[in-house]
Design a protein around this ligand. Structure first.
Ligand code: BDR
Ligand code: CA
Length: 299
């Protein structure tokens, strides 16, 4: 079983990714760490707590609170994509409380307790992950690898012509992660914009009667209802979880990656291919990847 920490800003596609991870027999979730991004930190934390309670009520999955703002400035929030509450669907309120330690402590503690065994799957701005690594070579050495949903290397961005949302929101932290020496798998728009659920596939994108399948279907139905004319729900964050479970779903090129932090090109991920700590996903077996997403959420 692979031990993972999921850093996330739920977020509709984050929610699908969390459902996959919670249902996946090959992953042991050491903790979920929250960050502002798609919505405020208070909201993304509440969404994570409610989601875990809804589909995994008996399980001890710590949810630790992370950064409310990026390394500089403020998050801009993606309300137009995810709704003002980040999910667009109501989940029952929960008595579940955030973990006693914060996100940075959780990442550090779990990594140091099992050196080389814990992977991070980062589905939001990289603020927490960079903070956990900042001036802590011991932590960098202990984390086995980081799967990052973020970036647009050979394709246009989705928040500006050059930038993908997660990287744009905190380019400084993204640079910190890429320079940390920890092996990174970059699952960006190069592959996630090829991987979607189509509007016509509904209303039962996920099969069966499980809470997870039902919640997945509600999230997609609502997202399409709220966004007239949109045909594809991109599986950004779900593809990152799929990559952690089955890396061979994607093809990669090794690179050094740097992020532009200022000016019009802020958030652009510039890859120098050859050698480097980042493997950039450039190809995806779309059929198999969508099947992995479907199967895990349908459980
Ligand atoms: C990324 O941005 C967020 O809005 C999504 O949750 C995903 O992590 C896609 O660019
Ligand atoms: Ca996200």
């Amino acid at each position: 079983m692979r031990r993972v920490i999921i850093d996330t800003d739920p977020g509709t596609d984050d929610a699908l990714a969390l459902l996959m991870a919670l249902n996946c027999p090959d992953l042991h979730i050491e903790g979920i760490t929250t960050v502002g991004g798609n919505a405020t930190l208070a909201q993304t934390t509440q969404n994570a707590l409610r989601l875990v309670d809804h589909v995994a009520s008996g399980r001890d999955v710590p949810v630790a609170v992370g950064a409310a703002q990026p390394a500089h400035g403020s998050f801009s929030y993606a309300y137009h994509v995810h709704g003002t509450d980040g999910l667009g669907v109501d989940l029952p309120s929960t008595a579940r409380k955030p973990y006693s330690a914060d996100a940075v402590e959780l990442i550090r503690d779990r990594a140091l307790a099992a050196p080389g065994q814990v992977s991070v799957i980062a589905l939001g701005p990289l603020t927490n992950v960079a903070a956990a690594l900042d001036r802590r070579p011991d932590v960098a050495k202990a984390i086995s690898d980081i799967v990052v949903m973020g970036g647009a290397v050979d394709v246009p961005g989705n928040i500006t012509p050059d930038a993908e949302f997660n990287i744009f929101e905190d380019p400084w932290s993204a640079n910190g992660v890429f320079a940390s020496g920890v092996p990174v798998t970059l699952v960006g728009l190069d592959v996630t914009h090829k991987t979607s659920m189509h509007r016509d596939g509904g209303p039962r994108w996920f099969e069966g009667k499980s809470k997870s399948a039902q919640l997945g279907n509600r999230i997609l139905a609502n997202s399409f209802r709220e966004r007239a004319g949109v045909q594809d729900f991109y599986l950004h964050d779900p593809l990152a979880v799929a990559a952690a479970v089955e890396p061979e779903l994607l093809t990669y090129r090794r690179a050094q990656v740097e992020v532009v932090t200022d000016g019009d090109e802020r958030g652009r991920t510039v890859a120098s291919f050859g050698d480097g700590p980042v493997r950039v996903a450039l190809g995806v077996d779309v059929g198999r990847a969508v099947e992995v997403v479907r199967t895990l959420i349908s459980k």
